[in-house]
Design a protein around this ligand. Structure first.
Ligand code: SF4
Length: 376
């Protein structure tokens, strides 16, 4: 860990304009070569959402040689998942279909220490809102989902790791302030333990591990790679790899930039939640910010701008799998042959159908949650 590196605060709402510059500063590599290497790359890979990595060659080699590897990402039990969260689990499911052992910690420690949510509410959110959606998205029951506080070996591992990291080192990565509570200061060790837990003998032993995260979570990755090295003689850990995805835009315009703003769990109008009724989800897309012209006549004359349009972003990242179909919409938008009203109606129809199906699957999933929950 270098004390000279700038700090990214994983608990703050950050906005990044220049990913390449951030990658250079933090030593993150481009994911582009791997997009070309996978003939069936996930759409979030081939459409430029997954943009960076650390140590991904290990994972690529495992997929190619069908060797054992792990994919892990957690979900804070602070509320239902929105589509920004969904995309991470879409990637997890892709890795599962490519041979990964999947681990999903439900992060009640963070929700309790940082957001002040009671333990009981954390558990309710986990079991009633998050896990049914994960199953409904297509996760297979070989996945292991667990509550952090139920998992004694995790807590023991977190405490073990904390012995070799000083407060100064944690401070240089996270930039804690004097008013932060000790729960928040200890929490990173639980997250480090989440990532390395699958490498304990009882969970499958040392093997490559990939953690798909947004760039704001990189401090957790850096400290974990460092801890893996410091404890290699005791545990024989393989240093974990990571991939980095861009933040997706929200549905509302940012008044400062005139472009779509951030997706935020605390502002329900900026995103669609996986628990939203289908008509509410469709209504949100019908009201979304577009890159269209003020009038239909101007749209026909000048065309729209899909590159700044949140509706197009939803079609691109969530609703249209077929690259050819997406390209057609892009071009008829630019040529002025598509009006925003028709385009939004189409996006609303797609999300309505998705949500209807998702709710049906969620109800079925509630009956089989026990198959996915790892026993303490
Ligand atoms: Fe966006 Fe569609 Fe309007 Fe083009 S036609 S600006 S893609 S809503």
């Amino acid at each position: 860990m270098s004390e000279d590196q700038p700090i990214i605060d994983p608990w703050a709402a950050i906005k990044i304009d220049d990913y390449e510059q951030v990658f250079r500063e933090f030593g993150i590599e481009s994911f582009v070569p791997y997009v070309k290497a996978f003939p069936d790359a996930h759409l979030l890979m081939r459409r430029g959402v997954v943009v960076g990595h650390r140590g991904f060659q290990l994972i690529y080699d495992c997929i190619k040689s069908r060797a054992s590897f792990v994919v892990i990402t957690g979900r804070a039990t602070s509320g239902p998942m929105h589509f920004g969260h969904k995309m991470v689990f879409d990637l997890l499911i892709w890795y599962q279909r490519h041979g990964a052992d999947v681990f999903i910690p439900l992060s009640e420690a963070e929700s309790y220490a940082v957001r002040g949510i009671s333990w009981e509410e954390c558990r309710r959110i986990g079991l009633e809102e998050i896990v049914p959606s994960l199953i409904a998205l297509g996760l297979e029951p070989t996945a292991r989902i667990y509550f952090q506080m139920d998992t004694l070996s995790l807590l023991k591992l977190a405490y073990t790791f904390s012995r070799k990291i000083t407060l100064n080192e944690a401070q240089s990565i996270y930039g804690f302030s004097g008013s932060d509570n000790m729960g928040k200061i200890f929490f990173p060790f639980i997250q480090v333990a989440d990532i390395l837990l699958p490498q304990l003998p009882e969970f499958g032993g040392p093997r490559p591990t990939v953690v798909p995260v947004s760039i704001d979570q990189d401090p957790h990755i850096r400290i974990t790679r460092d801890v893996a090295e410091r404890f290699v003689s005791e545990y024989n850990f393989v240093k974990p790899s990571s991939t980095y995805h861009k933040f997706l835009s929200g549905l509302k315009v940012d008044p400062e930039t005139g472009k779509p703003g951030k997706m935020s769990a605390s502002d329900p109008e900026t995103s669609v939640f996986l628990t939203d009724p289908p008509d509410v989800a469709a209504g949100k897309l019908l009201n979304a910010f577009t890159g269209g012209q003020p009038t239909v006549r101007e749209q026909k004359e000048m065309g729209g701008n899909p590159d700044i349009c949140s509706v197009f972003e939803w079609l691109k990242y969530h609703l249209i799998e077929d690259d050819k179909k997406l390209s057609e919409i892009y071009h008829v938008c630019k040529s002025g042959d598509l009006t925003c009203g028709d385009c939004k109606s189409y996006a609303a129809e797609l999300i309505y159908a998705f949500m209807k199906d998702h709710h049906r699957k969620r109800e079925q999933a509630k009956k089989i949650i026990h198959k996915y929950m790892m026993q303490p």
